[in-house]
Design a protein around this ligand. Sequence first.
Ligand code: ADP
Ligand code: ZN
Length: 641
Amino acid sequence: MAQQDNNSNNNNNFFNQNPIVTFAIFAVAVVLIFQTLIGDGSGSYKGVSKVKEVSYSELKELIKTKSITKVEIGQSYIKAISEAGGVKTLYTTRRVAGDDTLVPLLDESGIEYEGYSESNWFTEMFGFMLPILIILAIWMFMASRMQKSMGGGILGMGGSKKLINSEKPKTKFDDVAGASEAKEEVKEIVDFLKFPERYVELGAKIPKGLLLVGSPGTGKTLLAKAVAGEADVPFFSVSGSSFIEMFVGVGAARVRDLFEQAKKDAPSIIFIDEIDAIGKSRAAGGMMGGNDEREQTLNQLLAEMDGFSTDTPIIILAATNRPEVLDPALLRPGRFDRQVLVDRPDFEGRIEILKVHVKGIKIDKDVDLKEIAKLTAGLAGADLANIINEAALLAGRNNQDSVKQNDLRESVERAIAGLAKKSRRINEKEKRIVAYHESGHALLAETTKGASRVSKVSIVPRGLAALGYTLNTPEENKYLAQKHELLAEVDVLLGGRAAEEVFIGEISTGASNDLERATDIIKSMVQMYGMSDVAGLMVLEKQRSTFLGGGMTQGREYSEQMAMKMDEHIKLTLQEHYELVLERLRLYKGAIEKMVELLYDRENITGEEVVKIIAEFEEEHGLNSLLQQVETTKTQESKKS
Ligand code: ADP
Ligand code: ZN
């Protein structure tokens, strides 16, 4: 199915993708039209349906029989028109030198005749050149248009410089407000770019590629520029989307150019914005891959990244807000093997960003940026920059000499009204739901044995799907999961929805992904890990090769009864665990309320704070946390799973 779709798609785009073909068809059409227009210039030949070459004597004979109506005499050719029998026929013949009986014959027969000038070398050349000239003109016109739209010359030969931006930014880390974690992660790179020899001598391996992950406008480009600015190296930037929508081969050529320039100016930084445009997983576009151009570009990029050694001081930074769609090949070691989260700012972060952007602006002394930060939960840095600018414009329009708090408030309102459509900002009701939901995850994570610890809880929207998130860090790098750890994971996942039920009294749609993951865990325990009574040690599902694509349905290799038993088991297990989780949440009600309160205030709480809140609550209520944990694991294990 997917394959077929692709084919028809290609046909639709055929002309877009192959301007050369379009051009060739166009050129042939021009020549044909041109020839029919000027090929036989004279008007008397209109409607001629037959052309016949005859001998001179035959022509004379025709004149004598009066079947000719008009004759044109040139220096070496004679043309005669006959309309006998309603059919217009053109007779042509070579003139015979020295015969001067023709004209008297024509006079005698009363036939209209005239002379005509045959083409000399000039008209002949002109007739030959004109179509070529026209074609050339059209070619040049199209070429210049293509150049404009894609920045490369025809066929992309060496003409790709325009779309590759090269600059030496003055941006510094101070210009990037908030985002301290992200800045921390890229600092190492700055040092490497400044003193590459040090690292090379030590034989240290420096990452070649870093993926900056975050929603639009969160400052990924800004951060990349700041790295270049701090290290004082050239910054080459392209946008992933500029590689597509052109004909095959150009994207790859441009990637080659990009790396060539960067190497020439090394140490340097390459920045690829919207890398998902070229780096989309090949599996996602059907088995045969969707777009040739994208694939070639991607392959070239991979080849270039593998091509230079780690001691070449070039760092490639790429930005995306959809890391999950990227081709796994891009994320392999030696390529973009490090991800840096550039998140939407929290309350403190927003204050910092607002401060950066009011620097160049005259603001009233009683402007309170804290209030503005409070009003703008969920907005990204770019939105905040816009708000400040809009406020300044408002103040200007009102002829004020400085920006007042009211201008800022009004600007916020406008921005939010505009953004509400894009549903980027969460409203109060959602904020409440999300706060309880995430606190539920966090509580379960910190009170269930075997669960990953919480490192951060946030109600700042992240990505396009999640409204909030709880970051869990496994205690060590784990390759094996024990049964109780898998079940603990299920509890943590159920914690979000359960909290909504306990504290809000109603379920939202926000938990669907959690439930999906919880279901998957239990399913794999049954199907793959032999961790249930249902299937015993029997493996029902082989680990699928991702190359075959998830969309392929492989025939089920077990019986209908087994399937029913398994479904029943999954449902029951989820239910049992859900009830345990509800119980726990009711028990820890006060702790949840405390977390929600903090989240409401600051939008973010750290793992340590969660631990502290829980410990204090247990102390206060005489709960023994260790006992609690042991008990729950016991109950979990005693229930047949
Ligand atoms: P992205 O590349 O993530 O889409 P940009 O880096 O292009 O976002 O950000 C757009 C603009 O928003 C920046 O030029 C800057 O003015 C503002 N901005 C975004 N994040 C920040 C930040 N953390 N600190 C200061 N300004 C920011
Ligand atoms: Zn959740």
